[in-house]
Every structure is written in structure tokens, then in C-alpha cells.
Design a protein around this ligand. Structure first.
Ligand code: DLL
Length: 432
């Protein structure tokens, strides 16, 4: 099922032509209206009128999060504020927030792109959609909200309220599609069990999750526990937000809305483009944004592209699930570790709850990684020797997965902070 079949299944040659035309006008727009880009282009002697092919993209400068922060709040806007109908902000996970703006036309495009993602994930006008992302400056909730209304679904804008209330509303309003972070969906699933509710008595069919990295094992668990089809969707405020890319029912990579975004994958160190299929940093150029266009924006997110056609019929390239961001990458004793690798191991081990946190500390000049993991009551209160064996088993699996030895500390259920927003997986105490 498609939202805009003729666009989502566009012939690739026609797409390239469209992208070139849109890129040309974006380049011109930022040169004329954003002092930051005008200065950069002048320094690099880029003539915005002499843009002839998509390959010329490589000549353009990158834009970093820091560039946006320096221009906070409105320095990067390409239209006067009177044309801006909405201002939102990035969640500030990696530092200061960034303000972003949308014209009326941007909101229209955004709603349409969010609608594409929702429909690809199974949602129709017959669905009852519960949006448990936080409303407010965070772009997740409002982006999906407008998309769901565009599709014609019935939207419950519940926001990130207490989890029992989420479940109660889900029961009463017969929610069929849930939208939130995957970690919060897991808390909702646990709460359904704690409340003694049989999940089969609920009406849930789809879960559209995003805003943070999550493993395939997590997907499996959520699909089993909530009896849903769970799809991943990706976006970021600086570029637009949900609506950038999303999975279809194949659940094998996220289709990027390439008629609105031009993507590259580069080596995060050298910034050179990587060959197809190689994992690197995703770089995005917006093609239609009016208020807040960005050129070669360095997302810091690590992924790779899949150019093989998808059996769903969409012709847009897919990106693999984002495994983490360059700044989530844990460098410990020379080894690179992603929280999602640890997550996958924990899911395999019976008796652990997939709620975990990673603590990094420096002890006597040596870096140590400790995984705090919630375990079932029977294990938490088990005999000391049995518990020790259990921990050793997790440690051995983690060591073979990530290549270094780590500490594992079991904690009682519900000890680690739950949040309606993005889960905080890593606490780095080394620099404190
Ligand atoms: O999190 C937008 C969003 C909301 C996407 C709801 C999907 C659903 P920001 O707060 O600006 O925007 O954070 C963007 O979150 O650069 C990634 O690091 C991470 N992220 C977003 N979606 C995914 C995903 C929203 N599906 C940052 N998988 C991005 C992994 C994701 N990471």
C-alpha cells in the first residue's frame, strides 16, 4: 500500500532529474538567503548558477551540528520569520538544542512524508493511532500527528503520560497503532503484563517506532509481546523529523524519501564518500525545505545504503537500521562498541529484561565498562552461586560479541529509569 504511488515508485531516471532541479534551486536559495552558506560558497568559489549535475554535490561544504548551534536560534533560516508558521527544536541529546522552522508549505510536505511512512507501516484511515511521543518542541509527536490526520486515521494525542494511563487509553479507545520510542514501547508491554491484561484482548496491530537505535532482537520482542507488526522510522529535526525514512512491511531497510532528501554515506574521519553498502555517516541535503534547508548535513548517524530494488515496489533506496551515532560509539581499550550490540546479547539470555544501561568509568587509568541489567525476580533473589553463574554466562557472551571483558551487574526489575522519551543507554563517567 502506498500513500503517493506515483512518487514512491518513480522511475529512477526521472527521480535523478527531479533531484537535480530541486538541488539547483536549493543551492540558489541558501546562497541568496543564508549568510552562513553565502560565505562558505564564496570561500570555496562555488558559483550557485553553475550547478550542472548531481555529482557537483561533492563540491559543496558540509554542515555540522556545531554550525547550526552557532547560528542559534534563527541564523540558518532561509525565509523571514513572517513566513515561518512553526518553530521547534532538536532534542539536544548531544548538547545545545537547535531551533528549526517550517513554512506553511514545509508543514504540508512534512505531513505528506509522515503519511507515506505511516501507510508503509500499515496505517490506514480505519486506524486509531496513539501517539505516545512527547508533544512540545520535540518534533516526533507533531510530525506523526499531522501525518496520521492526513491519512485520515483517528489520532489520540496522548503524549508521554504515565504508562498505566497509556494502557488504559489503549484499552478504552481500542488503539490499533502505537507510536513511540521502542524502549518506551517495551515499558508499555511490561505494564500491560503487570496490569494482568491479556494482550489479545487489545486491538493493537501496528507499532511504528523510531527516534532511537533499536536492535532486530528488540523488534522481535515487541512484536511478540504486543502482537503487532513493528516498523522502524527515522528522522531528525535538523532535516525535517519523522518522514525522512521508514520501513515498508518487508521490514528490511528504511526507504528514504529521495524526492525530498539527497543522501550520501561518508567516512566520518576522511569525509570521503564510501562505496555502496559500506557503513558510514549519513549525510543529508534537503531538496524542498523552504524555512530551514540544509546542505550536506552531517547527521552523525551510522548506516549503509541498500540500492537493490525492494519487493514492495518502492524505488527509493533503503538505509539499514541506524546502529548508533558516531558519538554513541563507545571506544574502550581500543575497541569500538555500540550499545545495540550489548542489547542484542541481553535479548538472547533468558532471565534478563531488555532494560539496561552502560556505565563507563576510569579506574586506575584503565577504562571499565559495566552493564547494569534488570533481571527477573527469581534470578535477583536466587542463591549467590546460581546468580554468579548466570552473570558469568552473560559476561562470556558479551566478551565474545564485543571482544573485551566487561562487568555485569544485575539489578532488580524497574530499577533503571524509564522514560517516555529516548532511553539513555550510556553514562560516561570518565570525563567527569
Ligand atoms: O528523534 C525524530 C523522530 C521522532 C524520528 C520520532 C522518528 C520518530 P531528533 O530529536 O532531532 O528527532 O533526534 C534525531 O535521533 O539523528 C538519530 O540519532 C536518532 N534517531 C531517530 N530515529 C532513529 C531510528 C527525532 N529510527 C536523532 N533509529 C537522529 C535510530 C534514530 N536512531
Amino acid at each position: 500500500m502506498y500513500w503517493e504511488a506515483e512518487k514512491e515508485c518513480i522511475n529512477r531516471e526521472a527521480l535523478k532529474q527531479l533531484q537535480l532541479e530541486r538541488l539547483q534551486s536549493t543551492v540558489l536559495r541558501v546562497y541568496m538567503n543564508v549568510p552562513f552558506y553565502r560565505k562558505k560558497f564564496d570561500e570555496l568559489r562555488i558559483d550557485p548558477d553553475a550547478f550542472r549535475s548531481l555529482g557537483d554535490l561533492r563540491k559543496l561544504p558540509f554542515t555540522s551540528k556545531d554550525d547550526l548551534r552557532v547560528s542559534y536560534p534563527y541564523g540558518m533560516f532561509a525565509v523571514p520569520l513572517r513566513e515561518v508558521v512553526r518553530v521547534q527544536a532538536s532534542s539536544g541529546t548531544t548538547g545545545m538544542p537547535t531551533a528549526v522552522g517550517y513554512t506553511r508549505n514545509d508543514i504540508k510536505n512534512w505531513s505528506n512524508l509522515a503519511a507515506r511512512i505511516l501507510v508503509a507501516g500499515g496505517v490506514t484511515q480505519n486506524d486509531i493511532v496513539q501517539i505516545a511521543f512527547d508533544y512540545g518542541l520535540f518534533t516526533g509527536a507533531l510530525g506523526l500527528h499531522y501525518g496520521a490526520e492526513r491519512v485520515g486515521a483517528s489520532v489520540i494525542p496522548i503524549s508521554g503520560v504515565n504508562t498505566r494511563r497509556q494502557v488504559k487509553i489503549m484499552q478504552d479507545f481500542k488503539t490499533t497503532a502505537l507510536m513511540c520510542t521502542p524502549s518506551y514501547a517495551l515499558s508499555i508491554a511490561d505494564t500491560i503484563m503487570e496490569m494482568g491484561i491479556n494482550v489479545n484482548s487489545l486491538s493493537l496491530k501496528y507499532g511504528l517506532f523510531g527516534a532511537e537505535p533499536w536492535s532486530e532482537s528488540m523488534r522481535h520482542e515487541l512484536q511478540e509481546k504486543l502482537k503487532i507488526v513493528a516498523t522502524d522510522n527515522y528522522g531528525l529535526s535538523e532535516v525535517m523529523s519523522p518522514g525522512v525514512a521508514g520501513e515498508c512491511s518487508e521490514r528490511n531497510g528504511l526507504h528514504i524519501n529521495e524526492d525530498h532528501f539527497l543522501v550520501e554515506v561518508v567516512d566520518p574521519e576522511t569525509l570521503e564518500p564510501l562505496p555502496e553498502g559500506k557503513t558510514g555517516e549519513l549525510v543529508i541535503t534537503t531538496l524542498t525545505k523552504e524555512a530551514f534547508p540544509v546542505i550536506r548535513f552531517r547527521t552523525r548517524d551510522l548506516t549503509s545504503l541498500i540500492t537493490e530494488p525492494c519487493s514492495c515496489g518502492r524505488t527509493f533506496v533503503r538505509m539499514n537500521k541506524v546502529m548508533g551515532r558516531t558519538d554513541d560509539m563507545i571506544k574502550i581499550r581500543g575497541i569500538t562498541v555500540f550499545p545495540s550490540q550489548i542489547e542484542s546479547v541481553l535479548f538472547e539470555i533468558e532471565g534478563t529484561e531488555p532494560h539496561y544501561q552502560i556505565i563507563l568509568e576510569r579506574k586506575a587509568a584503565v577504562d571499565e565498562l559495566t552493564v547494569l541489567v534488570e533481571v527477573s525476580e527469581s534470578i535477583f533473589f536466587d542463591q549467590v552461586r546460581k546468580q554468579k553463574d548466570f552473570i558469568e554466562r552473560i559476561k562470556a557472551r558479551l566478551a565474545s560479541e564485543i571482544g573485551i571483558s566487561v562487568e555485569v551487574k544485575p539489578v532488580e526489575k524497574q530499577t533503571l529509569e524509564r522514560s517516555g522519551g529516548k532511553a539513555k543507554r550510556v553514562i560516561d563517567k570518565r570525563a567527569l
